[in-house]
Write a protein that binds this ligand. Structure first.
Ligand code: HEM
Length: 366
């Protein structure tokens, strides 16, 4: 793994309710998320000369091909909108306006991981949910969550190496088993995370998936107390297990999502998990196990699905470092890497010709 090879693994920081040295960075992170400034707060991942956002974006193109106008990862998706009813409970840990109570309009995007915009839906493909909270005071909170319990990689180098190792072979359509087992031998943290992921199989669809931030963030409340948190969106309705055989249809997960929203709005509770002193804040491969304070901060309602277009979130960058006052990045090095690579992907796709995505909501079977 990069950290070990480099001999530069960051010390794992503990969670403490403390006035954080990062407090002043909240606004900076929000303002600079799509600029080169995001690199400065890099948690050390740029200590290798070669691994740049450009190189990582090139890596996605090498593995998935180049698809003009589409995201380099999570290329297949659909736009959604709705609202968040904040119940005020989140104010215990964060002074962010989004947690003070009241209804906040939300736009979002459900997606599948991978860089192929017309890929066939599959049970095992990671499901994503990007959300943008349009807070009335003019602030924004952008967050991108996925439906696995931990992230497979602890370092950017690990992510990049795993991405390359996962490239399907032309003959089998599957990754080279030797490359992948070689990678896992070098990255025991990924092998361990994969076991946790396997033990938590996906549910039947987008509508009943739990989506997790996985990265840790710092929340600061009105009394200036800073706490490490992770957040999740937990569906309000029964999480049906997936069927052994995938239903027919290339877009079955999206077809079902469009059909469900047409029937009635879908809802998730926003749960803030409060870190404890020994919880790692810089390593999303490690779950926060045992008893934790979980704050139910309110209800997300999604009541509309739209075909991706310039009028909706097709051209949004769900940069995880666009944060309101009261939320800030932790010391997790993946956060600044994500911000920089999302900006690289966004810049590329923004300058390319646009093509229709796989999901045309008007033509979806109901
Ligand atoms: C906790 C870890 C991560 C989570 C939860 C996550 C989640 C997501 C989600 C949900 C999307 C789709 C957002 C949308 O619909 O626009 C996305 C896009 C993307 N992700 Fe990640 N991701 C993670 C880590 C990473 C890492 C480590 C990289 C590479 C360094 C990466 C690269 C990308 C790229 C290039 C995009 C497309 C960005 C765009 O063009 O807007 N992700 N991610």
């Amino acid at each position: 793994m990069n950290d070990d090879v480099e001999g530069s693994r960051l010390p794992r920081r503990s969670v403490v309710n403390r006035r954080s040295a990062l407090l002043g960075l909240t606004g900076v992170a929000a303002a600079s998320a799509t600029s080169a400034g995001a690199f400065l707060y890099s948690g050390g991942w740029l200590s290798t000369d070669e691994l740049t956002p450009k190189r990582i974006a090139d890596g996605f193109e090498q593995v998935y091909g180049k698809h003009d106008g589409f995201r380099r990862n999570h290329a297949k998706g659909v736009s959604v909108s709705g609202f968040f009813d904040s119940n005020g409970s989140g104010a215990a840990v964060s002074r962010a306006a989004v947690f003070q109570g009241g209804r906040i309009p939300v736009t979002g995007r459900f997606s599948l991981s991978g860089g192929m915009p017309h890929a066939t839906d599959a049970h095992g493909t990671i499901r994503g949910l990007g959300l943008l909270f349009h807070v009335p005071n003019g602030e924004q909170w952008r967050t991108a969550l996925i439906n696995i319990p931990v992230f497979p990689d602890r370092s950017v180098q690990g992510f990049y190496e795993r991405l390359l190792a996962s490239k399907p072979l032309p003959g089998t359509g599957k990754p080279d088993p030797q490359k992948m087992s070689g990678f896992l031998a070098q990255h025991p943290e990924t092998a361990k995370a994969m076991e946790i992921i396997k033990a938590n199989p996906p549910t039947s669809g987008f509508d009943n998936s739990t989506f997790n931030s996985l990265n840790t963030f710092l929340a600061t409340n009105a009394a200036d107390v800073t706490t490490a948190i992770r957040w999740s969106l937990v569906p309000t309705h029964f999480a049906a297990p997936m069927q052994a055989a995938a239903p027919a249809g290339k877009d079955y997960l999206f077809d079902e999502l469009v059909g469900k929203v047409a029937e009635s709005p879908l809802q998730w509770r926003l749960i803030l998990t409060v870190g404890q002193p020994n919880d790692p804040t810089d390593d999303p491969t490690i779950p926060w196990t045992g008893d934790h304070q979980r704050i139910d901060a309110g209800m997300l309602t999604i009541d509309s699905v739209q075909t991706e277009a310039s009028s909706n979130v097709r051209d949004t960058n769900f940069d995880p470092l666009v944060l309101p006052d009261g939320l800030a990045a932790s010391d997790d090095p993946l956060l600044s890497a994500r911000s920089a690579v999302y900006a690289q992907s966004f810049t590329r796709r923004a300058g390319e010709p646009k093509h229709p995505g796989a999901i045309d909501v008007a033509k979806e079977p109901r």
